[in-house]
Structure formats: structure tokens, C-alpha cells
Design a protein around this ligand. Structure first.
Ligand SMILES: [Fe+2]
Ligand SMILES: [Fe+2]
Length: 424
């Protein structure tokens, strides 16, 4: 296993990416004007109006079918069908929509009749009356189509209907298992039951949670071509923000302040990941560890309010782990080439504890105290209970078994073997 290579992947930044990936010049976007009777007499003016935003192609209605079959779809962003016969327009629209490779291509129709009622079923952006579709209007439509086409992006997981995304599937379970602030009464704190070690860990836990804000920021950046995981990430981020807040409020109740600098030390987003399944796996490790740490702490602390808080947060982190695993599996099922990067990430964080536990929460912010704090928590728990990290990593192996569909993966050694198998 070439670890340096893997770490480079974890730590990837723009410069590294440009060395590793050959960048091909982007294919220019094309827009197509379909007309029946020399409608587009002023082609040069239309090209000027497009201002170089796309390559304009003009084709007669009766040649459209052969033109679409002859040329690969490439970056065909928008088609405007401006014809005098409405039935021809409808036939052409149906033919375009029957071609899978043109699903993203935005479609506009201008005929003497208003065909607005058919827009939805044929996924047409707008139907205009031909008399209203002067050259300037037609070019504006194509520009609008170009913007819409680019907004759609190329994520092959995007469903046709909004509610067919995984966010809709996971939402109810996630919402219905959230704890309520009324479950916590800070006036009930028994200060006399707290040890100084527990207070130190509590403070560090509040600080560690600040790393989730740039995490949410990064999810929206890395997943900018979809809405499903991004929407869930907003709920996740909102829950994580409560983790810092509730622990900081507890600390204030016992006369201890958490300085704002700790939040700012981790505010800057870290480099965007190299592979989304790997990014999710990093978070699976992080959540599994956090769940076990909080549950382990809840099992040792005597003060009842803090015990309640830590057990609620432990449950939260376990829910987060489960949800990240759900999205990771979705990516791996959709494209099995995602499995190896996910496994490499699991290996990076689970393999070597010779210098202490490697935890994603402290990884990107060496100027913060979190790595030291996490190792302190782990050491504290090891003195009091069995290894929380071992229990957490067993959860990670469980996720690895799910995404690989291989029930034999039960250790770091098995992950290495699986990676060798996948490389063959
Ligand atoms: Fe958290
Ligand atoms: Fe979490």
C-alpha cells in the first residue's frame, strides 16, 4: 500500500489535481435553431447577439432527424424549433425527447399556435407563438436555454422528478429522531459531581464540533451539481451546530467560557476532496468515532445533565454515521469505481495508530487543539472502558461490508486485500 499516494488523495488541492489529471479543453456548447422556411435569414446578427456564448447551428425542420443521428449530442445545450406547422413542431419535440443523450438539452418551440399545455409532458422550457418570436427573442431563448443546460450539470444520479432523490427517502427518519432542547435543563446541573478531567473533555468537545461548520460549507461546494445530499447536509450541519452550542451553554452554566477564536480557527473550508465516496467515508469514520466517544463519556460521567447531553450527542453521531453510509453506498452502487477510493480512505484513518488515533476532525486544522483533544479523550476512555476507537472502527468495517457486498471484510488487513482485488 503506497500510503503517501493515498494521503495525497486525502489532502488533495488544486495544484495536486492539475498534475494528476490531464485537462482536456471543454467542448464548446452548441445551440440549434430549427426552422422551416428560411426564418433565420439574419444568421450573422444572431451570432453577434449570442456574443460567443455558444456555437449557433441552423437546420431545416425536415433535416433535423438526420442531423441528430449524424452528429454526436456533445454539448448541445438548447434547441429552438420555430416552424409554421404545429404538428411538425410536436413531432420533432417528441423525437428529441425520445433520445436519452438529449435529456439535458433545453427545448423551445415557436409555432402559430400556443402549445403551452404540452410544455410539461415534453419537458419544453417555453412554447411561444411564432409571430412573437423575432430573431432577438429567439436568441434570448437560446441564451436562457444555455444557462438552464449549464445549471443542470452532468450528475448522472439526478432523477427526473425532485422527490425521487435519496433526500426524500431519508428525510422523515432523520427528522423524527432529532432530540429536543426541552430534553435538557441546565438548571439541574450538579457541579459537585463533575471531575476536572470531564470539564476539560467537555470544553474540547465543544471546540472539536466547530469543525463541522466548514464541513457543511465544503459539502455544498463539493456537491454543487446536485440537490439531494446537499439538502441533507443542511440538516446535518444544523444538528452539528447544536453540538457546539449545547456544550458551550453547559460550560457557561458552570462559569467557563469557550472563546470565539476556537470557532474561527476552523472556519476556513479545507480543500475539496478528490472523490465524493472517499469524502463520505472520511465522515463515516469521523461520526463513528464521535458516536463512540460521546456514548463512552456518557457511560462514565456521574453528573446527570452532562450524561444526558453526551448520550443525546452520541445518538446524533450514530445517526449521522448511518446517513453518510447511506449516501456513500448510493454512490458506490451507482458507480463501482467509487468503492476503491472509499476503501482507501477507510484504510488511511483506521490503519495506523502508532502515533495515536488519526481522526478527521483534527486533520485539516493543525493550529487548533482538536487532534490533541481527541487523543486525550481516547486515552481517557481507554483508562475507563474498552477502546471506543475499536468499537467505532467496527462500525466502519460494517459500512465497508455494505458497500463492497463482501461479508468477509472485518479488519484493516481485509480492506487491503479488498483493495488489491479491486485493482486486478
Ligand atoms: Fe457532532
Ligand atoms: Fe455528527
Amino acid at each position: 500500500m503506497k500510503r503517501n499516494q493515498i494521503m495525497q488523495t486525502v489532502n488533495v488541492d488544486g495544484a495536486v489535481n492539475s498534475q494528476r489529471v490531464a485537462v482536456r479543453p471543454a467542448e464548446p456548447a452548441r445551440v440549434l435553431w430549427v426552422n422551416q422556411a428560411g426564418f433565420l435569414a439574419e444568421r450573422q446578427r444572431a451570432e453577434r447577439l449570442l456574443e460567443g456564448s455558444a456555437v449557433l447551428e441552423v437546420v431545416a425542420a425536415h433535416e433535423l432527424s438526420s442531423e441528430l443521428s449524424r452528429k454526436p449530442a456533445g454539448e448541445l445545450a438548447a434547441i429552438l424549433i420555430a416552424v409554421s406547422d404545429p404538428s411538425v413542431a410536436q413531432t420533432l419535440a417528441r423525437e428529441i425527447r425520445a433520445r436519452d443523450e438529449l435529456l439535458r438539452t433545453r427545448l423551445f418551440i415557436a409555432t402559430p399556435l400556443d402549445l403551452e399545455e404540452q410544455c410539461e409532458s415534453l419537458d419544453i422550457e417555453r412554447c411561444l407563438v411564432l409571430a412573437d418570436c423575432a430573431l432577438d427573442t429567439g436568441v434570448e431563448l437560446l441564451k436562457m436555454g444555455l444557462a438552464a443546460y449549464r445549471a443542470l450539470g452532468k450528475n448522472s444520479l439526478l432523477p427526473r422528478n425532485y422527490l425521487d432523490a435519496s433526500y426524500n427517502e431519508i428525510y422523515d427518519w432523520f427528522e423524527n429522531t432529532r432530540w429536543d432542547w426541552t430534553d435538557i435543563d441546565l438548571k439541574e446541573i450538579r457541579r459537585d459531581l463533575l471531575t476536572s478531567a470531564e470539564v476539560a473533555i467537555l470544553k474540547e468537545s465543544a471546540v472539536i464540533e466547530f469543525g463541522t461548520l466548514p464541513g457543511a460549507h465544503n459539502f455544498l461546494r463539493e456537491w454543487s451539481d446536485e440537490y439531494s445530499f446537499s439538502s441533507w447536509a443542511l440538516s446535518w450541519g444544523a444538528e452539528e451546530a447544536r453540538h457546539s452550542l449545547v456544550q458551550s451553554r453547559y460550560l457557561r452554566s458552570i462559569g467557563i467560557e469557550v472563546q470565539a477564536k476556537h470557532a474561527m480557527y476552523k472556519r476556513e473550508p479545507y480543500p475539496i476532496g478528490h472523490n465524493r465516496a472517499a469524502t463520505l467515508m472520511m465522515n463515516i469514520v469521523s461520526e463513528a468515532r464521535a458516536a463512540e466517544y460521546y456514548l463512552g463519556l456518557a457511560g462514565t460521567v456521574k453528573e446527570p445533565v452532562l450524561q444526558n447531553i453526551w448520550s443525546l450527542l452520541g445518538r446524533d453521531e450514530a445517526r449521522h454515521c448511518r446517513a453518510f453510509a447511506f449516501f456513500c453506498k448510493e454512490l458506490c452502487d451507482h458507480d463501482p469505481t467509487n468503492i476503491a477510493p472509499a476503501l482507501e480512505m477507510a484504510y488511511v484513518f483506521c490503519a495506523d495508530r502508532s502515533n495515536g488515533v488519526k481522526h478527521p476532525a483534527g486533520y485539516f486544522y493543525p493550529h487548533s487543539t482538536s487532534t490533541r483533544g481527541l487523543r486525550g479523550t481516547e486515552a481517557y476512555l481507554q483508562e475507563t472502558t474498552t477502546s471506543s476507537t475499536d468499537r467505532a472502527d467496527r462500525r466502519v468495517f460494517e459500512v465497508v461490508r455494505q458497500i463492497t457486498r463482501d461479508s468477509s471484510v472485518r479488519s484493516v488487513k481485509d480492506i487491503r486485500r479488498k483493495l488489491r482485488e479491486l485493482a486486478q
